[in-house]
Design a protein around this ligand. Sequence first.
Ligand code: C2E
Ligand code: CA
Ligand code: CA
Ligand code: CA
Length: 280
Amino acid sequence: ATLNPGQQLVRYDASLERRLTQRATIAADLRRALTAGDFHLLYQPIVELPDGRMTGVESLIRWSRPDGTIVSPADFIPVAEDTGLIVELGAWIIDEVCAQAAAWRRRHGPDALRSIAVNVSARQLLDPGLMDVVASALARHGVPAAQLTVEITETAVFGGGRALATVTALSQLGVSIALDDFGTGHSSLGLLRTCPVDIIKVDKSFVDGLNGTPQQEAIAIALTGIADSMGLRTVAEGVETVEQAQRLFELGYRFVQGFHFARPLPPAGIDAMLEQAHKL
Ligand code: C2E
Ligand code: CA
Ligand code: CA
Ligand code: CA
């Protein structure tokens, strides 16, 4: 077959246009969904080994479209970031998380959940209004800053600048800072010196390597060592099997999260777990 660059170019343009149209459609739909209130949060337990007691939760957003389909954040958070809509959506998420934290405090007592984590994207950290959004949500709902954890990625603060300044201010407010997907971005280790980190969330890819070759286990082993010597807490993410949980415990991990323990749940599911814990 002879190569026809012209034809290829036309085809490429067509698919690019389709993709751009798709993104534009998601962006327009996101804007409508924000007004209509079509988002809700699920909460995934973070549990302590060896007994599996829930010590905290991570909030994870879902978008339910009018036709009943649920859109994964992996499909719309990047669009919300690119369009800047994440600033408005993020403010709603932070307020909703604080309202939920207050409800759990009222129902189950102030110490029932040690921490409630919220994901904050790079774009939000560049917004000068973020500090005020967090501080006023905490104040409005009467939630102590110490109960809130903000999960950020290494990449978001890698460049320093305003993002790092915002994280530092949040930390000074008393909010805990967790580095999400740790080990998958760049400059992980140096960042632990410049950024006020409290928790490192060890990425699922390293949990997947447990019980494999020494090479596959090496990073999960090294990260507890670093965390311990720097006085940081670790949370291992994406724990799917009892063997992984056992190995993590052997390696000194105490906080874990994953489908083996619990999937992301609606608030009532967390209420049920808190009531159960109270009875024990
Ligand atoms: P993440 O922050 O790393 O969240 C963990 C993801 O892993 C969640 O996917 C969770 O449901 C999933 N997960 C938990 N345990 C397991 C497991 O054992 N196995 C497997 N295979 N997966 C597990 P989800 O909810 O689809 O969220 C995907 C990503 O979207 C999040 O990754 C986060 O980067 C982003 N995201 C979610 N909610 C928010 C939000 O409220 N704001 C922002 N900015 N980003 C969010
Ligand atoms: Ca996270
Ligand atoms: Ca993560
Ligand atoms: Ca992730």
